[in-house]
Design a protein around this ligand. Structure first.
Ligand code: NDP
Length: 683
């Protein structure tokens, strides 16, 4: 029988001994054996930190992003082989799509985030903070990759997505990973890691894989490591309390079972599109992945007068769900992951059924298509709890399968309270066409949920649904859901970086951050800054222009040209009692006049002016006032050149307009596209 292997220390390695059998969830056959016996976890983590970490930390965000994108493209081309294996976990093609292509999609989405980071290995965050009156002492926050390894302990339900949603983020941040999938479905994770390693796209040491139990995995974690966990709340709590996690202050991100709720709005009566959307969503959340989704709906909270309607409609919808061999096209729901899970789900459902009534499904009877009793099949089951404020099992017991309970509410406050009785969840949804109800629910319920979907007729066709965590949104939730946060776009990447507040002079901080800091010393340019190509421009490089006196005629002409006849520019008889003392130049005129002062008219490397940010008019400029401009390179932002016909980068210029007393009157940041020296023409 084949051995599921571990990829550690640069080699595919089998653990000693026979290992534990991994069972096909549909046929009951043995897929292979997994063993971690003889593996030295301390050595594995050290290898990741040193071998993989050193290379990843030196790469820029653009390089890391491009690496992840290449990997996503490589895996997408080979996706079919993973579908074949995924059937063995009990997943239908649709279920597997979430795991396989959802996982690759996560790589693509995170790779795209490189555009939001500088082309360097570290990141500068937020605005500079002035710490002095004279402007000579300041601070800025930077984020550098942690020098440890990301240890991901994953659940059995998403063997691919679960790995990739986490790794995409730690690789973007510049950290290597050690992945420990749940043993039962680790053969699918192993298949993907085999392709990843064969691709040679990642630097050696960026990814290691442990298939099998790993109870000592956390014994050697260190303070620069990050641990993530997805699985049961009990295991999560046990690992979070590991002495090494506590003693070394290792960040521990936990995503655990949660009793997610969906609310039917009071307006969503039978016959409305929202009623149907609600029923279909509950059906789909109960049956996709056989209900083994951390985000699945467990609690169906409906207006008390609509309980019967919902029960009947949901029953009819579930009747249409064909259960059986997930390879068959007509099958809508496959199996649970294992026979053990069947027993577990039944036991939990019995717990809820002590007070709730079973109104759909059966513990034992099941019509199967194309499968026999050797698989881990189970019927969808709906329970009805009439008294959810007194009977708490429904808020405390998670049956990790196609099981959900309907319960009534009298008014929205009750619905909110019921949703909160789950003590924290990954996601909640409300289906309503009333934005008033939606607002009331969201504002009052958000404290208890990581994500809230408001579903209605307007967004239904494009909605990604209650159960889909999305790469750019935070995934996680408070309380029972583990109190963690995953993904979330740029937010997620920052979990794998150390934030450090750097204090110093503006000039020093300009050098460190690569961003010109106000009050920093200017680097006088020997020629006009617009004459330099992208490579030769430095943050701080600066030009002082000649002066211009703003005349009455300038102001009148600008008013006539633009039709902006605001009284301060055109009617000096109305100035009494206003903040203006004389005829005042338009702010936009000052900006335009500034451009007239700093622009070099000749054709040169500056390809285009493409925008403006952060513009402020600090005090009025009156007729006969004289101004001049400081044009200073604030920041350079590199762009991918692969698809660009004329490679260029973005240069942000800090524009300061002064009066002749050197008092600042206006500031703006303008963006230009500046050509690079090497023109590469791509067909
Ligand atoms: P567990 O919490 O037991 O396992 C989750 C992960 O933790 C697995 O990779 C497991 O490895 C690992 N693990 C367990 N003990 C240790 C340890 N001492 N040291 C290191 N790693 C450890 O969950 P199960 O997979 O057994 O599922 C049980 C229940 O968890 C389900 O019935 C469901 O309620 C819930 N669950 C929640 C999920 C969610 O997304 N929130 C997902 C899946 C399950 P191994 O497989 O080798 O034991």
């Amino acid at each position: 029988m084949s051995k599921i292997q571990n990829y550690i220390l640069g080699n595919w390695t089998s653990g000693a001994g026979e290992g534990v059998p991994l069972i096909d969830s549909v046929t009951g056959e043995i897929v292979g054996h997994a063993s971690t016996q003889g593996l030295n976890f301390g050595e594995i983590l050290h290898y990741g930190r040193t071998k993989g970490g050193e290379k990843l930390r030196k790469m820029t965000f653009q390089e890391r992003g491009n690496m992840i994108k290449s990997l996503a493209l490589y895996l997408t081309k080979r996706k079919e082989q993973f579908y074949e294996i995924s059937y063995r976990t009990g997943a239908t093609r649709v279920d597997s799509w979430i795991d396989i292509e959802g996982g690759f999609g996560n790589l693509f989405a995170n790779a795209s985030l490189r555009k939001l980071f500088p082309n360097q290995p570290y990141h500068v965050e937020g605005d500079p903070i002035d710490l002095s009156k004279g402007g000579r002492f300041m601070a800025h926050h930077i984020l550098v990759p942690k020098q440890g390894v990301a240890v991901h302990i994953n659940a059995f339900n998403f063997p691919i997505w679960g790995m990739l949603e986490k790794c995409a983020v730690n690789w973007m941040a510049g950290m290597p990973a050690v992945v420990k999938p749940a043993t039962s479905t680790s053969y699918l994770t192993e298949a993907v890691v085999r392709e990843i390693i064969a691709s040679n796209i990642l630097p050696e040491g960026a990814l290691q894989l442990i298939c099998g139990s790993a109870n000592a995995l956390l014994d050697t974690v260190e303070s620069q490591d990050v641990v993530t966990f997805t699985g049961s709340a009990s295991t999560g709590r046990m690992l979070k309390a590991h002495t090494r996690i506590i003693n070394e202050s290792v960040p521990f991100n936990m995503e655990a079972d949660s009793l997610n709720s969906s609310i039917l709005g009071e307006d969503a009566i039978p016959g409305t599109p929202e009623f149907d959307l609600f029923v279909n969503q509950v059906r789909s959340e109960m049956t996709v992945k056989c209900g083994q989704k951390c985000t699945a709906i467990r609690r169906i909270i409906v207006p008390s007068n609509l309980m019967d309607d919902v029960q009947t409609a949901l029953g009819k919808a579930l009747d249409k769900v064909t259960i059986g061999d997930p390879r068959l096209k007509e099958v809508r729901m496959g199996s649970l992951v294992s026979k053990d899970q069947v027993e577990e789900v039944k036991a939990r459902t019995h717990e809820i059924a002590k007070t709730a009534k079973m109104v759909y499904g059966d513990f034992d009877k099941l019509n199967l298509v194309g499968a026999n009793g050797k698989g881990a099949f189970i019927s969808p089951m709906v329970l009805r709890e009439e008294n959810p404020f007194a009977n708490l099992a429904v808020h405390e017991t998670e049956a990790f399968g196609p099981v959900a309970t309907i319960m009534p509410y009298k008014n929205l406050d009750e619905a909110i309270e019921l949703a909160q009785m789950g003590k924290g969840s990954l996601v909640s949804s409300i289906v309503t066409n009333s934005d008033e109800i939606a607002k009331d629910y969201v504002i009052n319920a958000a404290s208890h949920h990581g994500r809230i979907l408001v579903l209605n007729r307007e967004n239904a066709k494009q909605s990604t649904g209650h159960g889909s965590p999305l790469p750019l949104l935070v995934h996680g939730g408070p309380g029972r859901a583990g109190g963690g946060e995953e993904m979330g776009g740029v937010r997620g990447i920052k979990h794998y970086m150390q934030r450090c507040a750097v204090q110093g002079s503006p000039t020093t901080l300009t050098e460190i951050t690569g961003i010109y800091q106000p009050n920093s010393k200017y680097k006088e340019a020997t020629q006009h800054p617009f004459q330099y190509h992208w490579e030769d421009i430095q943050p701080g490089m600066s030009l002082r222009t000649h002066n211009r006196t703003v005349t009455d005629t300038d102001i009148i002409n600008f008013a006539n040209l633009t039709w902006d006849h605001f009284y301060a520019h055109t009617d000096i008889t109305s100035l009494d009692g206003s903040i203006f003392k004389k005829r005042t130049a338009h702010g936009y005129f000052i900006l335009a006049a500034a451009a007239g002062l700093f622009v070099l008219p000749n054709k040169g490397p500056v390809a285009a002016n493409y925008g403006l940010e952060e513009c402020r008019f600090l005090r009025p400029i009156y007729h006969n006032d004289t101004v001049y401009v400081r044009l200073t390179c604030k920041q350079k932002i590199d762009r991918d050149v692969a698809s660009a016909e004329h490679p260029s980068g973005i240069v942000k210029w800090f524009v300061e307009v002064f009066d002749v007393e050197d008092e600042l009157v206006a500031v703006a940041t303008i963006l230009t596209m500046v050509q690079k020296k090497q023109e590469v023409f791509v067909e």
